[in-house]
Design a protein around this ligand. Structure first.
Ligand SMILES: C[S@@+](CC[C@H](N)C(=O)[O-])C[C@H]1O[C@@H](n2cnc3c(N)ncnc32)[C@H](O)[C@@H]1O
Length: 206
């Protein structure tokens, strides 16, 4: 799917993501993950700013990136409601250019599934994160339950066409093939959802 089509798709999903803000299951996971963020934070695929309520607003300064103008607009409003210090960049994650070691924390929630090259994105996080920093991920992927994973593979072509995101990515393999070092991992709902804390490995820049 071309970028213009994909951006339009996400532009049209803003209201749905605003409603998801109140999703209890996601809220619990966001809370668990985001409390580990501090300092200069890069949040990629920021959407409507659903993580803002969970940041320690005294401790963070957020750079939020999204390629959807409508998502950025909603995230700006959320930043003002939750009083987090944030600036925004409307760009494709693949076009971002930052110096190495630019951020103390890098956050991605429910976004890796939309990138054409998730391993490349993680390796960019690896470069942009300070070596004593942290990469925080809340993502979804292929279940370890055979029946579910077969279903995910069957529905993915239609699912990704409708939503813009893939439901059949093998997240364990993606992580293994990236340069990040996983520090902590929790899996939920038949291992479909992952909460991950990782650190960069500086000897493996790409
Ligand atoms: C499924 S939503 C998740 C939003 C938010 N992170 C959350 O946890 O609710 C994915 C977000 O990533 C953005 N996105 C997808 N692909 C992108 C890309 N290549 N570059 C920048 N943003 C992207 C979409 O516009 C959307 O806002």
């Amino acid at each position: 799917m071309g970028n213009v089509k994909l951006i339009k798709k996400y532009d049209n999903q803003v209201k749905m993501y605003e409603r998801h803000r109140r999703n209890k299951m996601l809220a619990d996971w966001r809370n668990k993950l985001i409390k580990h963020a501090s300092g200069r934070v890069l949040e990629v695929g920021i959407g409507v700013g659903a993580n803002f309520p969970y940041y320690d607003r005294e401790q963070v300064e957020i750079t939020g990136v999204d390629f959807s103008p409508n998502m950025i607009k909603s995230a700006k409003e959320a930043a003002s409601v939750y009083q987090v210090k944030a600036n925004f960049i409307e760009a494709d994650v693949e076009d971002l250019i930052f110096e190495e070691n630019s951020f103390d924390s890098i956050v991605s929630t429910l976004s890796l599934c939309s990138y054409p090259n998730p391993i490349t994105a993680l390796n960019q996080f690896n470069r942009w994160c300070r070596k004593d920093g942290i990469v925080l991920l809340m993502e979804h992927g292929l279940s370890t339950n055979r029946l579910l994973s077969v279903t995910q593979k069957i529905i993915d072509p239609l699912y990704s066409k409708i939503s813009g995101c893939h439901c059949d990515r093998d997240l364990s393999m993606v992580l293994e093939q990236s340069n990040l070092q996983v520090l902590h991992i929790e899996r939920y709902r038949s291992d479909i959802f992952y909460l991950i804390r990782a650190k960069p490995s500086k000897d493996s820049y790409v």
